[in-house]
Write a protein that binds this ligand. Structure first.
Ligand code: PLP
Length: 205
């Protein structure tokens, strides 16, 4: 299917209750149980998930050629979640990464055992040199915010492959419009901004 067609159809179908072709906005916070205590459509409480968020997540997953997507209210919430998943260990982050990302990694997760190396990723060898046995994550932002430094993602990944390290490579990219690069293992995207997007990819979990 063409990407344009997918973009129109992914994540929603004609509403069964009303035949509306555009998904209705669901305002309910809670969802009623069946007599056996289950939830008919799997929705229980809108903060966990709700039909509109599920629709958006399914749409993004299909556009990315992935199997699932998770939407967050902000990029920082997504960053926070990812760093929580990483747990104690070592991460490599660009020295000009978004300030909130460095703050989260250093000030919030530092006391929980996360160690941070800040490197200039425009030279992939700097990343390879910063690698440690306990490195769990390499976080790339390209072009970076605010300096718009460009990182050669493939070169960084290759330099790490050379080390045969077992790690996650997280790719974040910001560009003017969102032509999905497919296929993706995992990816971060900002849908709060028209003029740029964030993506991330996790390799070799
Ligand atoms: C590269 C990058 N990462 C993360 C964020 C944080 O996103 P949010 O403001 O949605 O928390 C920003 C915000 O500008 C950003 O530019």
């Amino acid at each position: 299917m063409h990407l344009e067609t997918l973009a129109v159809h992914a994540g929603h179908a004609v509403d069964e209750a009303t035949a509306a072709v555009t998904p209705p906005i669901h305002l309910s916070t809670t969802f009623s149980r069946e007599s056996d205590g289950s939830y008919r459509a799997g929705f229980l409480y809108s903060r966990y998930t709700n039909p509109n968020r599920a629709s958006l997540e399914q749409c993004l997953a299909e556009l990315e050629g992935g199997v699932a997507a998770a939407c967050f209210a902000s990029g920082s919430a997504a960053t926070m979640t990812l760093l929580q998943v990483v747990g104690p260990g070592h991460v490599i982050v660009p020295d000009d990464a978004y300030f909130g990302t460095i703050k989260l990694a250093r000030d919030v997760f530092g006391p929980w055992g996360l160690e941070l190396s800040l490197v200039d990723m425009t030279d992939p060898q700097n990343v390879a040199r910063a690698m440690r046995a306990d490195t769990k994550l390499v976080w790339i932002e390209t072009p970076s915010n605010p300096l718009l430094r460009v990182v050669d993602i493939q070169a960084v990944a290759m330099s790490l492959d050379d080390l045969e390290a077992e790690l996650w490579t997280l790719r974040k990219a910001i560009e003017k419009r969102p032509p999905p690069e497919r296929p993706a293992a995992e990816r971060w995207r900002s849908v709060t901004r028209f003029w740029r997007w964030l993506t991330a990819r996790i390799c070799r979990p």
